[in-house]
Write a protein that binds this ligand. Structure first.
Ligand SMILES: [Zn+2]
Length: 314
């Protein structure tokens, strides 16, 4: 009896090391209805941390008569699993397809749990997933720890073709743009008026630029602005019904571009550029200082090279 009791204590202790950690890992994904049949899991406007586990991204889904269209799959296997469970809490319709907006890991690392359905992305995004998935995974395991357990980067299998498709009463347009990455898919549901902009639009969270081309990105924002949507779901930040996310993203990128260009023209080195004072409206965007510093690392050499190329050769 006593032995059994001790054994039980030992067993509970052993399990206790594993179980509470697993049990505590809950992204608390709550689908928010933004239009008829349309839901968004709104992520936090934060960096990856062990506290948020990577719940920093917006994902969403559209419930059509012919099944569910999922937009992006989140940052881990666990996110994907909890997302599927949350979708099943809203509808008993099967998942018809997954559309991945681009190849950044917070948008596709849940792909692993959608092995039973079509998972589509633009060809440029599929290439990026295959090429960079391993490095992304290393990085995320380091930043988010146990949340990433069992996560493997799984590239989208099917190529998304730009154009309109009719699914279960929804007229959904896939639009191929670029700028945030070399391939950014925008999903525009013309039936509900909801546009999923992916990371071409950030709202109240400074834009990230590891694969950015600012000129392409600004052109893409113009194209999005010209479409007749009623609700815009940014890749990061609250969904909204006007152009505020487009304008803020444009303002940030325009300032970033002008600042790096002038610094290169003035011959500043990176430490000097890092001391730049942010204008008040830029500084007011959450994570602007951190993203500015990262953007210098991502982009400044390109600006320096442009400046160098402009000089007359003797
Ligand atoms: Zn991104």
């Amino acid at each position: 009896m006593r032995r059994t009791g001790l054994l039980r204590v030992a067993l509970l202790f052993a399990l206790g090391v594993a179980f509470p950690i697993e049990a505590a890992l809950d992204y608390m994904l709550k689908p928010r209805k933004v239009a008829a049949d349309t839901y968004v899991f709104v992520g936090l406007a934060e960096d990856f941390t062990r506290a948020n586990g990577g719940n920093i991204v917006n994902t969403g889904f559209i419930v059509t008569a012919d099944g569910v269209v999922v937009i992006d799959t989140g940052s881990s296997r666990l996110y994907g699993e909890q997302m599927r469970r949350a979708i099943a809490g809203v509808t008993d319709k099967p998942i018809r397809m997954v559309l991945v907006t681009h190849h950044h890991p917070d948008h596709y690392f849940g792909n692993q749990v959608f092995g039973d359905v079509t998972v589509m992305a633009l060809p440029g995004s599929i290439g990026g997933m295959k090429q960079e998935g391993g490095a992304f995974a290393d990085n995320l395991y380091r930043m988010a720890g146990d949340w990433m357990s069992g996560t493997e980067p799984v590239a989208a299998r099917d190529e998304a073709k730009p154009g309109r498709m009719s699914i279960g009463g929804h007229d959904i347009e896939l639009i191929a743009l670029k700028g945030h990455t070399q391939a950014d898919l925008v999903v525009f549901d013309r039936t509900s008026g909801v546009l999923f902009a992916g990371d071409l639009v950030f709202w109240q969270r400074a834009a990230t630029t590891p694969h950015a081309s600012v000129a392409d990105w600004l052109a893409a924002l113009e194209q999005i602005k010209a479409l007749k949507w009623t609700t815009l779901v940014p890749g990061h930040g609250e969904p909204h019904g006007d152009a505020r996310g487009i304008e803020q993203t444009r303002r940030y990128l325009t300032w970033l571009d002008a600042t790096l260009r002038k610094a290169a023209s003035d011959g500043l080195d990176m430490p000097e550029l890092l001391r730049t004072r942010l204008p008040d409206d830029i500084a007011a965007i959450p994570l602007a200082r951190q993203e500015f510093e990262r953007s210098i690392a991502h982009l400044y050499r390109g600006f320096e090279q442009d400046e160098f190329d402009k000089r007359p050769t003797k």
